[in-house]
Design a protein around this ligand. Structure first.
Ligand SMILES: NC(=O)c1ccc[n+]([C@@H]2O[C@H](COP(=O)([O-])OP(=O)(O)OC[C@H]3O[C@@H](n4cnc5c(N)ncnc54)[C@H](O)[C@@H]3O)[C@@H](O)[C@H]2O)c1
Length: 403
């Protein structure tokens, strides 16, 4: 058909290869059914969490060469030499904060007159991001934190998430598991925290308001959630305002310290940047009352909100220990140490579900906008078009000019 819109799902080429994808086979089928003017092509990949045959079965065409497609969708940064000139690409470019390692990528995008729509910049009218993988990062991070505590105490055994086919299999794994008494703190209130809460629910871990959690002991596992307003108070008047905190976090103090004494596992899911005070400092870690045994640092900033995050761990080797007195790295699961789970690509442990969740949001909120000749949402997320930066991203001029 003359007016068919050809859409390509590219192969992830960045190393190590990502196993996620923008649309699952079922979603491709749904799209082609509901938008008969579209045809989806898929570049074969041995790394993707859905097999090539699953796409073929769903009616997508497997094709190595996607140069006839006008829209190309990926997940991670596309290596500059793989970019096809004059196309419209959607992926996470990690260029909007002038990340040095992607400067060449954006320069190439401009040179090849590519239109770049960055998933991270797609927002609802109220400014909330539409797409993200945080929920499954929270699910996997919470599981991994509990798994580490089970290994440290020898009280129970969880299998690694990445050995499960999907989330449903993980849920089945939880049937019949009885956890010992333990106290868990979850920080944050975004997608990551929502994923961690999902695990609390599945395992029947009881929620307690922070005030109760702090003062009581329990004969069963419990958790509390500390949102930004419970964690941070403005120094001079002990109040919290979300917009003021986001604009001037340096004026706020962190109220986490009372929780270090009675908590076994900390699941950290609150956003952090350099102006935000950490949850505790190196001296607090040395004190006798620092009782936390496992930290699942899902937010995962090295030396960030968790000072003893000494760098990333990996899906294959998910936990390292930290000696509290010296803050040196050691083997995991030793007595008297803090075990750190700091995996930076947690959603890759549940790639089928993470991809489906991502694709659902993309289908619901973005896809029709992409097909329109003009869309404010798409315009606001377009970093480059026709060989130039768009107005909104003109602040990247010095970055693309090499300075
Ligand atoms: N380890 C991983 O695999 C992985 C995966 C996804 C996300 N993350 C990280 O987890 C963290 C939370 O992600 P999320 O998806 O839940 O994000 P989110 O935006 O849904 O929620 C973030 C939380 O931090 C607070 N917050 C948001 N913006 C803030 C700001 N500018 N200043 C202060 N506080 C702010 C919010 O109130 C909320 O509680 C992020 O740092 C993200 O990069 C890690």
């Amino acid at each position: 058909m003359e007016n068919t819109i050809h859409i390509g799902l590219i192969r992830e080429e960045k190393h190590p290869h990502d196993n996620r994808v923008a649309f699952t086979p079922k979603q491709c089928q749904w799209i082609m059914h509901h938008f008969p003017q579209t045809q989806i092509y898929v570049a074969p990949s041995p790394h993707r969490c859905f097999r090539d045959e699953e796409y073929e079965k769903a009616g997508a065409q497997l094709q190595e060469d996607l140069s006839h497609c006008s829209l190309l969708l990926g997940i991670k940064e596309v290596p500059a030499e793989k970019l096809i000139a004059h196309k419209t690409y959607l992926f996470f470019s990690h260029t909007k904060k002038k990340q040095p390692h992607n400067q060449h990528l954006l320069q190439t995008i401009l040179k090849k007159k590519i239109s770049l729509i960055d998933y991270e910049c797609l927002v609802h009218p109220d400014g909330q991001r539409i797409l993200g993988f945080g929920f499954f990062a929270g699910v996997v991070g919470a599981h991994n934190g509990l798994q580490a505590f089970g290994k440290k105490t020898g009280a129970y055994n969880f299998k690694p998430v990445h050995t499960c086919h999907d989330f449903q299999e993980l849920i089945t794994h939880y049937f019949g598991i009885k956890l010992p008494p333990m106290k868990i703190v979850i920080t944050g209130s975004g997608r990551v925290a929502a994923g961690a809460l999902e695990i609390m629910g599945l395992l029947g871990i009881k929620y307690l308001p922070p005030e109760e959690y702090l003062v009581n002991e329990y004969a069963y596992p419990v958790y509390t959630q500390l949102k930004a307003g419970e964690l941070y108070l403005r120094k001079h008047d002990k109040t919290y305002s979300r917009s003021d905190f986001h604009a001037h976090p340096e004026n706020y103090e962190c109220r986490f310290l009372p929780y270090v004494t009675g908590t076994d596992i900390l699941m950290n899911g609150i956003y952090w940047d350099h102006n935000i005070p950490p949850l505790f400092n190196a001296n607090d870690l040395k004190k006798d009352n620092f009782h936390i045994q496992v930290i699942a640092d899902i937010t995962d900033d090295t030396h960030g909100s968790i000072p003893c995050n000494l760098g990333d761990s990996t899906i294959e080797d998910p936990v390292y220990g930290v000696i509290k007195e010296t803050m040196e790295q050691t083997a995991p699961y030793l007595p008297g140490t803090v075990d750190m789970m700091c995996i930076s690509n947690l959603p890759n442990e549940l790639p089928r579900d993470a991809s489906q969740y991502f694709g659902d949001q993309l289908m619901k909120y973005v896809f029709e906008e992409l097909l329109k000749p003009q869309s404010e949402m798409i315009r606001n997320a377009t970093i480059a078009a026709n060989g130039a930066l768009t107005d909104k991203f003109s602040y990247l001029e010095d970055y693309v000019n090499g300075s």
